[in-house]
Design a protein around this ligand. Structure first.
Ligand code: DAK
Length: 317
Protein backbone atom coordinates (compact mmCIF):
# COMPACT_ATOMS: atom_id res chain seq x y z
CA UNK A 1 0.00 0.00 0.00
CA UNK A 2 1.31 3.50 -0.88
CA UNK A 3 1.69 5.96 1.97
CA UNK A 4 0.59 9.59 1.57
CA UNK A 5 4.28 10.58 1.64
CA UNK A 6 5.13 8.19 -1.19
CA UNK A 7 2.12 9.40 -3.21
CA UNK A 8 3.29 13.00 -2.83
CA UNK A 9 6.89 12.12 -3.77
CA UNK A 10 5.64 10.27 -6.84
CA UNK A 11 3.46 13.16 -7.95
CA UNK A 12 6.21 15.74 -7.38
CA UNK A 13 8.62 13.51 -9.33
CA UNK A 14 6.18 13.20 -12.21
CA UNK A 15 5.59 16.95 -12.24
CA UNK A 16 9.33 17.58 -12.41
CA UNK A 17 9.77 15.14 -15.29
CA UNK A 18 6.85 16.76 -17.18
CA UNK A 19 8.20 20.26 -16.54
CA UNK A 20 11.66 19.36 -17.87
CA UNK A 21 10.01 17.67 -20.85
CA UNK A 22 7.87 20.76 -21.49
CA UNK A 23 10.88 23.07 -21.28
CA UNK A 24 12.90 21.00 -23.68
CA UNK A 25 10.93 18.88 -26.13
CA UNK A 26 7.62 20.77 -26.28
CA UNK A 27 8.99 24.28 -26.39
CA UNK A 28 11.67 23.31 -28.91
CA UNK A 29 9.02 21.84 -31.18
CA UNK A 30 6.75 24.84 -30.80
CA UNK A 31 9.68 27.12 -31.58
CA UNK A 32 10.87 25.22 -34.60
CA UNK A 33 7.58 24.22 -36.21
CA UNK A 34 5.00 26.81 -35.26
CA UNK A 35 1.83 26.00 -33.42
CA UNK A 36 -0.19 23.99 -35.87
CA UNK A 37 2.55 21.53 -36.68
CA UNK A 38 3.43 21.29 -33.02
CA UNK A 39 -0.14 20.58 -32.01
CA UNK A 40 -0.25 17.59 -34.32
CA UNK A 41 2.72 15.98 -32.74
CA UNK A 42 3.10 17.18 -29.18
CA UNK A 43 2.13 14.96 -26.27
CA UNK A 44 -1.24 15.59 -24.62
CA UNK A 45 0.11 17.72 -21.75
CA UNK A 46 1.39 20.29 -24.27
CA UNK A 47 -1.85 20.46 -26.21
CA UNK A 48 -5.03 22.40 -25.55
CA UNK A 49 -7.89 20.33 -24.21
CA UNK A 50 -10.42 20.39 -27.00
CA UNK A 51 -14.07 21.29 -26.99
CA UNK A 52 -16.24 21.67 -30.02
CA UNK A 53 -17.46 25.24 -30.03
CA UNK A 54 -20.06 27.00 -32.12
CA UNK A 55 -19.14 28.07 -35.63
CA UNK A 56 -16.96 25.01 -36.17
CA UNK A 57 -14.34 26.32 -33.78
CA UNK A 58 -12.28 23.99 -31.73
CA UNK A 59 -11.21 26.00 -28.69
CA UNK A 60 -11.24 25.59 -24.94
CA UNK A 61 -10.46 29.05 -23.62
CA UNK A 62 -11.90 31.43 -26.20
CA UNK A 63 -15.62 31.80 -26.83
CA UNK A 64 -16.73 33.25 -30.14
CA UNK A 65 -20.06 34.80 -30.86
CA UNK A 66 -21.15 36.25 -34.17
CA UNK A 67 -23.65 39.11 -34.27
CA UNK A 68 -24.55 40.18 -37.79
CA UNK A 69 -21.22 41.23 -39.26
CA UNK A 70 -19.25 41.48 -36.05
CA UNK A 71 -17.61 38.82 -33.89
CA UNK A 72 -17.08 38.99 -30.14
CA UNK A 73 -14.31 36.80 -28.74
CA UNK A 74 -14.16 36.25 -24.98
CA UNK A 75 -11.06 34.89 -23.33
CA UNK A 76 -12.52 32.45 -20.90
CA UNK A 77 -10.23 31.30 -18.13
CA UNK A 78 -11.79 33.23 -15.26
CA UNK A 79 -10.29 31.18 -12.41
CA UNK A 80 -6.85 32.43 -13.43
CA UNK A 81 -8.14 35.89 -14.35
CA UNK A 82 -7.87 34.87 -18.02
CA UNK A 83 -4.08 34.54 -17.78
CA UNK A 84 -2.43 33.52 -21.02
CA UNK A 85 -0.98 30.04 -20.90
CA UNK A 86 0.06 28.09 -24.00
CA UNK A 87 -3.45 26.75 -24.42
CA UNK A 88 -5.00 30.21 -24.49
CA UNK A 89 -2.34 31.41 -26.93
CA UNK A 90 -3.09 28.44 -29.19
CA UNK A 91 -6.80 29.18 -28.97
CA UNK A 92 -6.16 32.82 -29.90
CA UNK A 93 -4.24 31.54 -32.90
CA UNK A 94 -7.24 29.45 -33.84
CA UNK A 95 -9.50 32.45 -33.34
CA UNK A 96 -7.45 34.36 -35.91
CA UNK A 97 -7.72 31.44 -38.35
CA UNK A 98 -11.50 31.30 -37.88
CA UNK A 99 -12.11 35.02 -38.16
CA UNK A 100 -9.75 35.45 -41.11
CA UNK A 101 -11.51 32.66 -42.98
CA UNK A 102 -14.99 34.14 -42.53
CA UNK A 103 -15.73 36.83 -45.14
CA UNK A 104 -18.91 37.82 -43.28
CA UNK A 105 -17.04 39.13 -40.23
CA UNK A 106 -16.16 42.80 -40.69
CA UNK A 107 -14.93 43.65 -37.19
CA UNK A 108 -13.76 41.76 -34.10
CA UNK A 109 -14.15 42.65 -30.42
CA UNK A 110 -11.90 40.91 -27.87
CA UNK A 111 -12.77 40.92 -24.18
CA UNK A 112 -12.25 38.85 -21.04
CA UNK A 113 -14.76 36.75 -19.14
CA UNK A 114 -15.98 37.82 -15.73
CA UNK A 115 -16.02 41.28 -14.24
CA UNK A 116 -12.53 41.34 -12.84
CA UNK A 117 -10.05 40.85 -15.62
CA UNK A 118 -9.48 41.33 -19.30
CA UNK A 119 -6.27 39.29 -19.04
CA UNK A 120 -4.08 39.36 -15.90
CA UNK A 121 -0.95 38.61 -17.90
CA UNK A 122 0.96 35.67 -19.21
CA UNK A 123 0.56 32.66 -16.94
CA UNK A 124 3.15 33.12 -14.22
CA UNK A 125 2.89 29.49 -13.12
CA UNK A 126 3.68 28.25 -16.60
CA UNK A 127 6.49 30.76 -17.08
CA UNK A 128 8.11 30.28 -13.69
CA UNK A 129 10.04 27.14 -14.61
CA UNK A 130 10.97 28.02 -18.16
CA UNK A 131 14.56 27.79 -19.31
CA UNK A 132 16.14 30.45 -21.54
CA UNK A 133 15.20 28.37 -24.58
CA UNK A 134 11.68 27.73 -23.29
CA UNK A 135 11.28 31.44 -22.50
CA UNK A 136 12.23 32.42 -26.02
CA UNK A 137 9.82 29.84 -27.46
CA UNK A 138 7.00 31.02 -25.15
CA UNK A 139 7.72 34.63 -26.17
CA UNK A 140 7.69 33.66 -29.83
CA UNK A 141 4.42 31.75 -29.42
CA UNK A 142 2.76 34.87 -27.95
CA UNK A 143 4.43 37.30 -30.31
CA UNK A 144 3.40 35.32 -33.38
CA UNK A 145 -0.22 35.22 -32.22
CA UNK A 146 -0.32 38.91 -31.25
CA UNK A 147 1.26 39.93 -34.55
CA UNK A 148 -1.39 37.89 -36.36
CA UNK A 149 -4.09 39.73 -34.38
CA UNK A 150 -2.44 43.07 -35.17
CA UNK A 151 -2.31 42.30 -38.89
CA UNK A 152 -5.77 40.73 -39.19
CA UNK A 153 -7.24 42.56 -42.18
CA UNK A 154 -10.41 43.52 -40.30
CA UNK A 155 -10.55 46.11 -37.50
CA UNK A 156 -10.16 44.85 -33.95
CA UNK A 157 -11.35 46.41 -30.69
CA UNK A 158 -10.12 45.44 -27.23
CA UNK A 159 -12.92 45.90 -24.69
CA UNK A 160 -10.86 45.96 -21.52
CA UNK A 161 -13.16 44.92 -18.68
CA UNK A 162 -10.68 44.83 -15.78
CA UNK A 163 -7.02 43.95 -15.21
CA UNK A 164 -4.94 44.21 -18.38
CA UNK A 165 -1.50 43.46 -17.02
CA UNK A 166 1.64 42.28 -18.79
CA UNK A 167 0.50 40.03 -21.63
CA UNK A 168 -3.04 41.41 -21.13
CA UNK A 169 -1.94 44.98 -21.77
CA UNK A 170 0.09 43.65 -24.70
CA UNK A 171 -2.91 41.79 -26.12
CA UNK A 172 -4.99 44.96 -25.93
CA UNK A 173 -2.23 46.85 -27.73
CA UNK A 174 -2.22 44.35 -30.59
CA UNK A 175 -5.81 45.47 -31.30
CA UNK A 176 -6.53 48.57 -33.40
CA UNK A 177 -8.68 50.31 -30.78
CA UNK A 178 -8.85 50.03 -26.98
CA UNK A 179 -11.82 51.06 -24.88
CA UNK A 180 -12.16 50.13 -21.24
CA UNK A 181 -14.34 49.94 -18.16
CA UNK A 182 -13.81 52.49 -15.39
CA UNK A 183 -12.61 49.52 -13.30
CA UNK A 184 -9.80 48.65 -15.74
CA UNK A 185 -6.19 48.57 -14.60
CA UNK A 186 -3.29 48.58 -17.05
CA UNK A 187 0.35 47.86 -16.47
CA UNK A 188 3.52 46.09 -17.50
CA UNK A 189 4.60 44.52 -14.18
CA UNK A 190 7.31 42.32 -15.71
CA UNK A 191 10.40 44.02 -14.27
CA UNK A 192 8.90 43.43 -10.84
CA UNK A 193 8.92 39.71 -11.68
CA UNK A 194 12.48 39.68 -12.97
CA UNK A 195 11.70 39.65 -16.68
CA UNK A 196 11.07 42.01 -19.58
CA UNK A 197 7.72 42.34 -21.31
CA UNK A 198 7.75 39.48 -23.79
CA UNK A 199 4.72 39.86 -26.04
CA UNK A 200 5.63 43.15 -27.71
CA UNK A 201 5.09 45.49 -24.74
CA UNK A 202 8.35 47.39 -25.10
CA UNK A 203 7.57 48.09 -28.74
CA UNK A 204 3.83 48.72 -28.90
CA UNK A 205 3.55 50.76 -25.71
CA UNK A 206 6.37 53.06 -26.83
CA UNK A 207 4.66 53.56 -30.20
CA UNK A 208 1.17 54.03 -28.74
CA UNK A 209 1.85 56.45 -25.92
CA UNK A 210 5.38 57.85 -26.01
CA UNK A 211 8.81 56.35 -25.45
CA UNK A 212 9.20 58.31 -22.21
CA UNK A 213 5.82 57.27 -20.80
CA UNK A 214 6.35 53.65 -21.89
CA UNK A 215 9.75 53.60 -20.22
CA UNK A 216 8.30 54.99 -17.00
CA UNK A 217 5.51 52.40 -16.92
CA UNK A 218 7.83 49.52 -17.77
CA UNK A 219 10.77 50.49 -15.53
CA UNK A 220 8.56 51.19 -12.50
CA UNK A 221 6.20 48.20 -13.07
CA UNK A 222 3.46 50.43 -11.66
CA UNK A 223 -0.15 49.88 -12.70
CA UNK A 224 -2.38 52.69 -13.89
CA UNK A 225 -6.13 53.08 -13.66
CA UNK A 226 -8.58 53.70 -16.48
CA UNK A 227 -8.58 57.51 -16.22
CA UNK A 228 -4.77 57.63 -16.45
CA UNK A 229 -4.81 55.18 -19.38
CA UNK A 230 -7.23 57.56 -21.09
CA UNK A 231 -5.11 60.60 -20.24
CA UNK A 232 -1.98 59.12 -21.84
CA UNK A 233 -3.85 57.91 -24.92
CA UNK A 234 -3.64 54.21 -24.23
CA UNK A 235 -7.44 53.89 -24.46
CA UNK A 236 -9.88 55.86 -26.58
CA UNK A 237 -12.77 55.90 -24.11
CA UNK A 238 -13.80 54.80 -20.62
CA UNK A 239 -17.27 53.47 -19.73
CA UNK A 240 -19.03 52.20 -16.62
CA UNK A 241 -18.42 48.44 -16.63
CA UNK A 242 -22.00 47.56 -17.58
CA UNK A 243 -21.87 49.89 -20.57
CA UNK A 244 -18.57 48.61 -21.92
CA UNK A 245 -19.74 45.70 -24.07
CA UNK A 246 -22.75 47.54 -25.53
CA UNK A 247 -20.37 50.39 -26.41
CA UNK A 248 -17.81 48.01 -27.92
CA UNK A 249 -20.45 46.28 -30.01
CA UNK A 250 -21.98 49.57 -31.11
CA UNK A 251 -18.54 50.79 -32.18
CA UNK A 252 -17.89 47.54 -34.07
CA UNK A 253 -21.33 47.72 -35.73
CA UNK A 254 -20.73 51.34 -36.74
CA UNK A 255 -17.45 50.33 -38.38
CA UNK A 256 -19.09 47.29 -39.99
CA UNK A 257 -21.67 49.50 -41.70
CA UNK A 258 -18.97 51.26 -43.73
CA UNK A 259 -17.56 49.71 -46.87
CA UNK A 260 -15.55 46.76 -45.53
CA UNK A 261 -12.94 46.78 -48.29
CA UNK A 262 -12.30 50.48 -47.73
CA UNK A 263 -12.06 49.99 -43.96
CA UNK A 264 -9.58 47.16 -44.42
CA UNK A 265 -7.58 49.29 -46.85
CA UNK A 266 -7.45 52.09 -44.25
CA UNK A 267 -6.14 49.66 -41.63
CA UNK A 268 -3.46 48.44 -44.00
CA UNK A 269 -2.51 51.98 -45.02
CA UNK A 270 -2.13 53.11 -41.41
CA UNK A 271 -0.29 50.00 -40.23
CA UNK A 272 2.03 49.67 -43.22
CA UNK A 273 2.54 53.42 -43.48
CA UNK A 274 3.67 53.65 -39.86
CA UNK A 275 6.45 51.16 -40.61
CA UNK A 276 8.03 53.36 -43.25
CA UNK A 277 8.92 56.96 -44.17
CA UNK A 278 6.31 59.50 -45.33
CA UNK A 279 7.24 59.33 -49.06
CA UNK A 280 6.65 55.59 -49.19
CA UNK A 281 3.68 55.78 -46.83
CA UNK A 282 1.89 58.14 -49.19
CA UNK A 283 2.49 55.71 -52.06
CA UNK A 284 0.96 52.92 -49.96
CA UNK A 285 -2.11 55.10 -49.45
CA UNK A 286 -2.34 55.96 -53.16
CA UNK A 287 -2.30 52.30 -54.19
CA UNK A 288 -4.94 51.31 -51.65
CA UNK A 289 -7.06 54.34 -52.58
CA UNK A 290 -6.86 53.31 -56.24
CA UNK A 291 -7.86 49.74 -55.46
CA UNK A 292 -11.18 50.95 -53.99
CA UNK A 293 -12.27 52.10 -57.45
CA UNK A 294 -12.49 48.48 -58.52
CA UNK A 295 -15.18 47.77 -55.92
CA UNK A 296 -18.95 47.69 -56.23
CA UNK A 297 -19.20 49.36 -52.82
CA UNK A 298 -17.38 52.48 -54.08
CA UNK A 299 -19.78 52.69 -56.99
CA UNK A 300 -22.77 52.31 -54.70
CA UNK A 301 -21.43 54.76 -52.09
CA UNK A 302 -20.63 57.55 -54.54
CA UNK A 303 -23.64 56.79 -56.74
CA UNK A 304 -25.96 57.09 -53.76
CA UNK A 305 -24.45 60.45 -52.82
CA UNK A 306 -24.87 61.81 -56.33
CA UNK A 307 -28.43 60.50 -56.55
CA UNK A 308 -29.19 62.04 -53.15
CA UNK A 309 -30.27 58.75 -51.59
CA UNK A 310 -29.06 56.52 -48.77
CA UNK A 311 -26.62 53.89 -49.95
CA UNK A 312 -27.67 50.24 -49.93
CA UNK A 313 -25.93 48.09 -47.33
CA UNK A 314 -22.37 47.54 -48.50
CA UNK A 315 -21.67 44.13 -49.99
CA UNK A 316 -17.96 43.70 -49.26
CA UNK A 317 -17.41 43.56 -53.00
N1 DAK B 1 -0.76 34.00 -14.09
C1 DAK B 1 -1.28 32.93 -13.46
N2 DAK B 1 -2.28 33.00 -12.57
C2 DAK B 1 -2.77 34.21 -12.29
C3 DAK B 1 -2.26 35.38 -12.91
C4 DAK B 1 -1.21 35.24 -13.85
N3 DAK B 1 -0.69 36.29 -14.52
N4 DAK B 1 -2.93 36.44 -12.41
C5 DAK B 1 -3.82 35.93 -11.54
N5 DAK B 1 -3.73 34.61 -11.48
C6 DAK B 1 -4.51 33.69 -10.64
C7 DAK B 1 -4.07 33.76 -9.20
O1 DAK B 1 -2.93 32.96 -8.99
C8 DAK B 1 -5.30 33.24 -8.48
O2 DAK B 1 -5.31 31.84 -8.61
P1 DAK B 1 -5.72 30.92 -7.32
O3 DAK B 1 -4.76 31.28 -6.27
O4 DAK B 1 -7.15 31.32 -7.02
O5 DAK B 1 -5.60 29.52 -7.87
C9 DAK B 1 -6.43 33.78 -9.33
O6 DAK B 1 -5.87 34.11 -10.59
C10 DAK B 1 -7.04 35.05 -8.74
O7 DAK B 1 -5.99 35.97 -8.52
P2 DAK B 1 -5.76 36.72 -7.13
O8 DAK B 1 -6.27 35.88 -6.01
O9 DAK B 1 -4.35 37.15 -7.08
O10 DAK B 1 -6.75 37.96 -7.29
P3 DAK B 1 -6.58 39.39 -6.64
O11 DAK B 1 -7.85 40.11 -6.91
O12 DAK B 1 -6.13 39.30 -5.23
O13 DAK B 1 -5.42 40.10 -7.46
C11 DAK B 1 -4.23 40.71 -9.47
C12 DAK B 1 -5.61 40.38 -8.82
C13 DAK B 1 -4.42 40.85 -10.96
C14 DAK B 1 -3.73 42.06 -8.89
C15 DAK B 1 -3.23 39.61 -9.10
O14 DAK B 1 -3.80 38.35 -9.46
C16 DAK B 1 -1.93 39.74 -9.83
O15 DAK B 1 -1.07 40.57 -9.46
N6 DAK B 1 -1.72 38.91 -10.86
C17 DAK B 1 -0.49 38.87 -11.59
C18 DAK B 1 -0.44 40.06 -12.50
C19 DAK B 1 0.85 40.09 -13.27
O16 DAK B 1 1.95 40.27 -12.69
N7 DAK B 1 0.74 39.92 -14.57
C20 DAK B 1 1.85 40.03 -15.45
C21 DAK B 1 2.39 38.67 -15.69
S1 DAK B 1 3.93 38.78 -16.49
C22 DAK B 1 8.04 36.83 -22.12
C23 DAK B 1 6.82 36.35 -22.50
C24 DAK B 1 5.70 36.86 -21.91
C25 DAK B 1 5.81 37.78 -20.92
C26 DAK B 1 7.05 38.23 -20.53
C27 DAK B 1 8.17 37.76 -21.14
N8 DAK B 1 9.24 36.35 -22.76
C28 DAK B 1 9.23 35.08 -23.36
C29 DAK B 1 10.43 37.16 -22.69
C30 DAK B 1 4.64 38.24 -20.23
C31 DAK B 1 4.72 38.51 -18.91
C32 DAK B 1 3.57 38.76 -18.11
O17 DAK B 1 2.46 38.91 -18.57
Amino acid sequence: MRTAKKEKALSVGLDKILTVYYNTVCMRRIASRGRSAASDTLPRRCLPRRNRMQGGMDMTHVLLEKKEHIAVATINRPKALNALNSEVLSDLNELVDTVAADPDIYALVITGSGEKAFVAGADIGEMSTLTKEGGEAFGKHGNDVFRRIETLPIPTIAAVNGFALGGGCELSMSCDIRICADTAVFGQPETGLGITPGFGGTQRLARLVSPGMAKQLIYTAKNIKADEAYRIGLVNAVYPLEELMPAAEKLAQTIAKNAPIAVRACKKAINDGLQTDMDQAIVIEEKLFGSCFETADQKEGMGAFLEKRKHEPYQNK
